[in-house]
Design a protein around this ligand. Structure first.
Ligand code: HEM
Length: 453
C-alpha cells in the first residue's frame, strides 16, 4: 500500500484540489467522518442483533435509539455532504469573498447532525423513516441548509462577469430548486402529513417509487454539467436521455396518486420503464470528459445502478413484494441503494472534484473491500429475507442459520468500516496539507500587500 503524497500542482481544469479548495476539502472530510461514525454504529447494531442480550448493558440507549442515529447519519451526513462539496465547486464558493464562509457552513451542517443525534438518542422522533426531524433539530437543520443556500447565492453574485449565459441560467435554476429543499424537509417531517401508500403492504406505491427514482435520474443527468465539460464530438445519447426523462415524467404525472396496490399492472409496468436507464446512463456519461482517477468509481456506480434498477423492479412485482415486504430482504435493498449505488456515485463525484488527489479512493484493497463487503451484505440479507418471508420468527428467534447469517453480516460491516477509515485518514491529510499551503501563501503575500498599501 503506497502512501499518498498530495501534490496540488497537478490539479486539472476540472478539479479543485489545493489551497483554493478549503470548503470542498472540508465538506469531503466531514462526509467521510460521518461515514466512519455511521459504519461504526452499524457494526454495533449488527452485534446487538447477533446477541440481543447485549442491549441490557446499554440502559435506555438500546437498538431502537441507535438505529435512527445510524440511518440519519448515513443519509444526512454521508450521503449529503459530498453534494455540499459539489455545490461549493459548481458555484465557485472557494474563490473570493465567500471562501471564508464555506468552512462555517460545513461545521453548522455537522452541528445539526450532532443535535439531531442527541434528539434521537433522547427518544424524540417524528415517526417517519428518513424524515426524522423533530423539536429544535427540525428547525436547526433547515436553517443550516439555508446558510448553505445563502453562501451559494453570494458566490453566484460575485462570480466572474464573463461567465456564459447558459452557466448563469443553470446556476439560478439550481438555486431556485435548492431553496425549496429546507422548506420541504421541515413540512414533510410533520407526523400530520403522510403520502399515499400501498394497501397490500403498507409501503410506498409504484407511483411514488417512480417519482423518487426520476428525481435521481434528473440528478444523474445534471451532475456532469457541474463537474466537467462535454467532449468535442456530438452524442445523440445526451438529447435522447433528456427526451426519455421528459416522457417518463409525463407518464408518472398520468398515474394515480391515491393509495394503490402493486398488483395493478399500471403500477409495476410503469416502474419497469426505469429499465431503459440501464443502457442510457453509461451512454450519457460517455459524452463527457472525466478525470482518469474517476474511472474506477464511474464503472462501480454504473454497475450498482443497473443492479439496483433490476433488483428494485423485481422486488416490486406481485408475489415477490408480498414475500419480501418488511423482511431483511428490504434491508438488503436499502443497503444496495445507499451503501452501493449512492456511495459509489458520491465517491465518483469526489474523485472528479479532487483530480489527482482522488487517487485516495482508488487503492485496490479499499475499493474491493468496500464493494465486495456491500455486495456480500446484500446477498446475506436477501437470503435472510427469503427465510423470514416464509417464517417471520426466523430473524427474531436465535438459531444456527440466523446467527451464521448475522455473523457474516458483522464481518462485512467490519470490512466496510476499515475501508472508510482509510479514506478518512487520507482525506484529513490532504485537507491539512492544503490548509498549510494556504497559510504559506498568505504569509508570503502579506508583506507584499502591506508594501502596496
Ligand atoms: C454507507 C454505509 C451505510 C449506509 C448508507 C447504511 C444505511 C442503512 C439503512 C438505510 C438502514 C435501514 C434499512 C431498512 O430498514 O430498510 C440500515 C440498517 C442497518 N444497517 Fe446500515 N448502512 C451503512 C453501513 C452499515 C454497516 C457498515 C453496517 C455493519 C454491519 C450496517 C448495519 C446495519 C444494521 C445492523 C441495520 C439494521 C438492520 C435491521 O434492523 O435488521 N450498516 N443501514
Amino acid at each position: 500500500m503506497s502512501p499518498i503524497h498530495p501534490d496540488f500542482s497537478h490539479a486539472t481544469e476540472t478539479s479543485v484540489s489545493g489551497a483554493d479548495a478549503q470548503g470542498v476539502l472540508a465538506a469531503i472530510e466531514h462526509a467521510l467522518f460521518w461515514l466512519v461514525v455511521g459504519n461504526g454504529l452499524g457494526v454495533m447494531l449488527a452485534l446487538l442483533l447477533l446477541g440481543p442480550s447485549l442491549n441490557r448493558a446499554l440502559g435506555e440507549l438500546t437498538y431502537g435509539r441507535w438505529i435512527m442515529v445510524h440511518m440519519n447519519l448515513a443519509l444526512y451526513g454521508w450521503c449529503s455532504l459530498p453534494m455540499v462539496a459539489f455545490l461549493f465547486s459548481a458555484y465557485g464558493t472557494d474563490r473570493g469573498i465567500t471562501a471564508r464562509w464555506a468552512g462555517p457552513v460545513v461545521w453548522s451542517w455537522s452541528a445539526a447532525l450532532a443535535l439531531g443525534s442527541f434528539s434521537w438518542l433522547s427518544g424524540h422522533s417524528s415517526g417517519k423513516l428518513f424524515l426524522d426531524w423533530s423539536g429544535i433539530a427540525r428547525v436547526y437543520f433547515p436553517l443550516a441548509m439555508m446558510a448553505l443556500w445563502a453562501v451559494l447565492s453570494l458566490s453566484m453574485i460575485h462570480a466572474p462577469k464573463r461567465e456564459a449565459a447558459k452557466t448563469r441560467f443553470l446556476k439560478i435554476t439550481g438555486l431556485l430548486l435548492l431553496l425549496a429543499v429546507p422548506v420541504l424537509i421541515f413540512v414533510a417531517s410533520s407526523p400530520g402529513i403522510y403520502p399515499a401508500f400501498n394497501p397490500d403492504t403498507g409501503g410506498p406505491t409504484g407511483t411514488s417509487q417512480l417519482e423518487s427514482s426520476l428525481v435521481i435520474v434528473a440528478i444523474l443527468l445534471l451532475l456532469p454539467y457541474g463537474l466537467t465539460k462535454r467532449k468535442a464530438e456530438s452524442y445523440w445519447t445526451v438529447t435522447a436521455s433528456w427526451i426519455l426523462l421528459a416522457t417518463e415524467a409525463v407518464l408518472c404525472a398520468a398515474l394515480s396518486r391515491t393509495d394503490i396496490s402493486h398488483h395493478l399492472p399500471a403500477q409495476y409496468l410503469s416502474l419497469g420503464s426505469l429499465l431503459l436507464w440501464i443502457p442510457m446512463t453509461p451512454a450519457y456519461y460517455t459524452a463527457f470528459s472525466w478525470h482518469p482517477s474517476a474511472c474506477r468509481w464511474r464503472t462501480a456506480f454504473l454497475c450498482w445502478w443497473a443492479a439496483l434498477i433490476i433488483s428494485g423492479w423485481v422486488l416490486f412485482l406481485p408475489g415477490v413484494l408480498d414475500h419480501f415486504k418488511f423482511t431483511d430482504g428490504l434491508v438488503g435493498h436499502s443497503i444496495a441503494a445507499l451503501a452501493g449505488f449512492v456511495t459509489a456515485l458520491l465517491i465518483f463525484v469526489m474523485t472528479q472534484l479532487l483530480g489527482d488527489n482522488g487517487s485516495l479512493f482508488n487503492r485496490t484493497w479499499s475499493f474491493y473491500t468496500w464493494n465486495i463487503g456491500v455486495l456480500s451484505y446484500v446477498i446475506i440479507m436477501t437470503i435472510a429475507g427469503w427465510f423470514e418471508g416464509s417464517d417471520p420468527a426466523f430473524t427474531i428467534v436465535p438459531g444456527i442459520a440466523r446467527n451464521l447469517l448475522y455473523f457474516l453480516r458483522l464481518l462485512t460491516g467490519l470490512a466496510m468500516l476499515a475501508a472508510s477509515a482509510d479514506w478518512l485518514r487520507d482525506a484529513s491529510r490532504i485537507r491539512r496539507n492544503a490548509a498549510a499551503s494556504d497559510s504559506r501563501i498568505k504569509l508570503t503575500t502579506a508583506p507584499a500587500l502591506e508594501k502596496t498599501a
